[in-house]
Structures are given as C-alpha cells and as structure tokens.
Ligand binder design. Structure first.
Ligand code: VG1
Ligand code: CO
Length: 542
C-alpha cells in the first residue's frame, strides 16, 4: 500500500451546520473538496492506530464515490479497520448503532431531507464513539482545521469490492462489508413486541409506509413486511434511487404527497408513515389524521411503559427549544425531568450518555431514544405500532385522549426557503431590536412575558451554546420562535414556529390554522417578515 501526501489549499466554506457539512453536490465534486474536509475530520478525531471506523450513507448521487475516497483516506491515515454498509449504504440510525457496537467513530454521507442528484445536495458528518453526531466543540475545531488545511493523506489501494458481504484484507486495512439492515433489525426486535405487532397485522390492520425512494426502503421491507407480516406492498417507493426519484425526501404533508393522498382518501388504511433521505425522520398518520411530531413525542412518552424496551419507565425526556411543550406536560405528570436543548440531535448526546433522558425529539419529524444516538424514523413507527397494538385504539383516538388528559399544544411551523441572507439577517436584527421593549406589552390579546435569544448550558459538561433562536414567550405559555436554518444550501431559510397551549376541554378540537391565526399575524407584523423579505407566503407549512 502506497500512501500519498497531497498538497491542497483550503476552501472558505467548510463550516458544519446543524448536522454536518451540506452543500450542492457540484461543490463536493470539486477537486480536493471532500478530501480536505475528511482530513480535517480525521485530524480532529485523532483516532488511535488500531481504530475501527464505520462508513456509509443514504445512497444519494456521489455516495459510492465518496465512500471509496473515504476508505482510501482512512487507510492512508493509519486506520486499520473500516466497517462499511453493502454498496456504501447505511441509514443514519443504523450507522449510529454500528458505531456503538464497538467502533471509534463513523462518517455518514447524507444531506438528509434535502433533494439529491447531480443538481441536488450532498453532505457529510462525523459521529463519535457514542454513535452520536460530534458535539459543537468538535465541529468548530473541524471548521478551524479546514480553514488552514495544506495537505491530506490518501492510500493507493487495489480495487476493492463493496457489493459482497465479508471481510477483505487490503494491506494493513481490514475492510468489512456488512448488511446494512440486519443488526438494526435485530435491535428493533429487542425493543418492541414483534408478536403483538404481527398480531395487529394478522387481524387485518392496514398500513402504508412511504420510503420516498430513500434509504429506508430495504429496512422497512425487511422489518414490516418480512418480519412483522404486513401485506406485501405496504412499503411504497421502496427502491432507493440516487436522486430519490426526483422527489424531496422530507416526510411532511407537503412532500410525502403519495402517502398523504392515500391516508386522507376514502379507502384509507389504518396507519401511515414516512421517513426521510437518511432514515432518521418520521411522519405518523392515522386514518385521515395527522400527528404533529411534537405530539408524537408526547404520546410516546406517555405510553412508553406499554413497550418492552421502555417498560422500566423513563429517566427523563428532552425536546429542542422550538418543539412544542406537549412533552413537558407528560414529564410533569410522570414526575421526571424535561430538558430544553438547541435544535440539532448533537445536543441530546450528553443527556443520553449520562442516563438523564430516555426519549427525546424535535418538531422537525425527529424522535428517538437511548437505543442509538441519532433520531430514528423506523423506530418511531414501530413504537407507534406497538402502542396501537397494546391499546387497541386508532391513532386518532389515542391522540384525542392524550389531549383530553394533558391538554393540547397547537403548533405550526412556517419555512421561508431561499431568502437572501441579508434580508433574513435583517428580520432577525429587527426582532432583536425589540427585546427591550416587548416584555409587558399586550399583542394578540396576550401579554409578552419575555423576548430573548435562546442560550443553552449543557447540564452535563457545562458548555454554552448561544444565539440558538429568538423566542417571544407569552403569559399563557404561547410562543413565537424565529430561527435561521443550519442545513440549507441556498441563501437563508427562516423558520417561524408558533405554539399555543389549550387545556379547556371545549377547545381541544379546533383546526390548527384557526387556533393559531392571531399568533401568526402577530409574528408576521412583529418581524416585518413580508416587508423585509418580500415573501407573502411561506414555502412550506408543517
Ligand atoms: C433541521 C431541523 C432540525 C434537525 C436538522 C437535521 O435543521 O430543523 O430539527 O435536527 O434539520 O435533521 P435546521 O437547522 O435546518 O432547522 V436531518 O433529518 O436533516 O439530519
Ligand atoms: Co435526516
């Protein structure tokens, strides 16, 4: 094996965002671009010489080429054992599980819910030995390193085979090609009551799972159809494609249209679900019924002890700041702690590692637990199926009972994508300028309690993360939150999150857009968003 040191020069834009480095595929195809960033990751990780590294991605365009480059660079940097999913494929939660099963870290190739293909997006991130996304301190160091990088190291390897399972010894490198699904499927079987869920399907319960031509197709076919006996054809758009069939693999009411149409149609199945590009997100639908991700987290927390893997109860729960406080009410009633973290799964890692939380989630269709260190789409689907099987009720009935018991947090998110960066910054600055004067004023018949930038102090390691979103909090627990996305690749995306809490039994069944209309108007006028961006309507409402 010959190892080459290649001279390179830095790229100015290699700063990881909410979840790794995401850019246009064409940006990643520039000479040295991927290599520079991988070298920066490996430099900061400084793995021991006998380290095991997991590599895999969501199968989008450029996945295989990048996987091969990373394997050569790993070998060049003295890593002696690489575990890779067959054909370079691994869902994000499956990669997390493999890392936790004995590796020192992993490199995951994905731009998650962003479209793929030659004109789409590509992404890469590093997960540490706990299986979770590297913390901010690590990603900041990577950005610093990438800013000054002068060379990278890569090995000349004879051709290797990523398509057949088994181990190849290539010089000092042991390359292990594993089935992407089997270890993950076994983990799911250890957490959920597969007999109960099989019984549900055997009784005629009908489900549709939309894999959106992304990574979860093979996982869902194996688990839902083969192991649990769901009707064949339950999983649609099941073949992963490099461009996701031209779609936008984001499981929400806008982009999972095939599924939504069917679940809201006249012959709707009992249950619908979808996942995203890399398999860590989930959307849950009942028959003609949509479960908000914030409500989903709360329902899972309230029903966790019905599921074998969580029968011991929950140590605590956590949600990202913009996620609705529905789960807070459950935590209060269970007498367990509830943590509020910044957006991004990396902030749950310390809490999970320290055993302070068992379940956590985000409003962006992300739910997970201490079984891995990523959010996990299929896991959430199985959790719901297990609850439905145990309770023998419809999804809608479960959620309505939940609201009656814990109250309802009406919730919506408006995304304004592709806004010019200056205009987006201007909206945020305009809001910040009102921090001093807003508290105490009455808007939308509510009194503002406080207005600030959310800052988080990690209770485990004391690290502080500032400027994590603008919050306007009201006396009645309603909230308006503004954030700039850290995963977009074109201009800026403004996210506006709106929530109001209702405990009056006669007001639990309203339409969300009606319940939140006044707050939406308030948020738009307070921010002057339309005036400053020229956007009359959001790109996506969830
Ligand atoms: C978005 C979501 C955030 C999520 C992140 C990664 O980030 O809002 O909740 O953790 O995507 O999810 P942002 O910065 O664009 O708001 V995934 O499935 O893209 O890894
Ligand atoms: Co994702």
């Amino acid at each position: 094996m010959t190892v080459h040191s290649i001279t390179t020069s830095p790229f100015a834009d290699q700063r990881p965002g909410t979840s790794g480095l995401r850019k246009r595929t064409t940006v990643f195809q520039q000479t040295h671009y991927l290599e520079n960033f991988v070298q920066a990751l490996l430099d900061v990780a400084s793995l021991p010489p006998d380290a095991t590294l997991v590599v895999g991605g969501d199968g989008r365009f450029h996945n295989r080429e990048a996987t091969e480059t990373i394997i050569r660079m790993a070998a060049g940097n003295g890593i002696t054992h690489v575990i890779v999913g067959r054909a370079g494929l691994l869902s994000t939660p499956a990669a997390s599980h493999l890392i936790r099963s004995g590796a020192h870290g992993g490199i995951i190739l994905s731009a998650s819910h962003n479209p793929g293909g030659p004109n789409g997006d590509f992404g890469i991130k590093y997960n540490t030995g706990n299986g979770g996304p590297a913390p901010e301190s690590f990603t900041n160091e990577v950005a610093e390193r990438a800013r000054v990088i002068q060379q990278y190291t890569i090995a000349d390897l004879p051709p290797f085979n990523l398509d057949d399972l088994g181990t190849q010894q290539i010089g000092p490198l042991r390359l292990e090609v594993v089935d992407p699904v089997s270890a993950y499927a076994a983990l799911m079987e250890s957490l959920f009551d597969f007999d109960a869920i099989s019984g549900l399907f055997a009784s005629g319960f009908r489900m549709r799972f939309d894999a959106m031509h992304a990574i979860t197709g093979p996982y869902a076919v194996e688990i839902l159809e083969r192991r649990l006996g769901a009707l064949s054809g339950t999983v649609i758009n099941r073949v992963p494609l490099p461009d996701f069939g031209g779609g936008h693999p984001d499981p929400n009411l806008t982009y999972a249209h095939d599924l939504v149409e069917e679940l809201f149609g006249s012959d709707a199945p009992d249950f619908g679900a979808a996942s995203d590009g890399d398999g860590d997100r989930n959307m849950i639908l009942g028959q003609r019924f949509f479960v908000t991700p914030s409500d989903s987290l709360a329902v899972l927390a309230a029903n966790a002890t019905l599921v074998p893997g969580y029968a011991r109860g929950l140590a605590g729960v956590a949600r990202s700041m913009p996620t609705s406080a529905a789960v807070d009410a459950v935590a209060e009633s269970l007498g367990i702690p509830c943590f509020e973290t910044p957006t991004g799964w990396k902030f749950f890692g310390n809490l999970l590692d320290a055993g302070r939380i068992t379940l956590c989630g985000e409003e962006s269709f992300g739910t997970g637990s201490d079984h891995v260190r990523e959010k996990d789409g299929l896991w959430a689907v199985l959790f719901w199926l297990n609850i439905v099987a145990e309770r023998g009720q419809t999804v809608e009935a479960i959620v309505r009972e939940h609201w009656a018991r814990f109250g309802r947090n009406y919730y919506t998110r408006y995304d304004y994508e592709g806004v010019p960066t200056e205009a987006a910054n201007d909206v945020m600055a305009h809001l910040r300028a009102q921090f001093a004067t807003l508290p105490g004023t009455v808007v939308a018949s509510r009194r503002v309690r406080s207005a600030d930038d959310f800052s988080y102090t990690d209770p485990v390691d004391g690290s502080v993360s500032e400027n994590q979103g603008i919050r306007v909090l009201f006396d009645d627990d309603a909230r308006i939150v503004f954030r700039l996305s850290g995963t977009g690749t074109e201009g800026a995306t403004i996210r506006l999150y709106i929530e109001s809490r209702e405990t009056d039994a006669t007001r639990l069944g309203m339409d969300t857009s009606v319940a939140l209309a006044e707050l939406v108007t308030t948020a738009l006028s307070m921010s002057d968003l339309v005036g400053r961006t020229g956007r009359r309507e959001p790109t996506v409402i969830t």
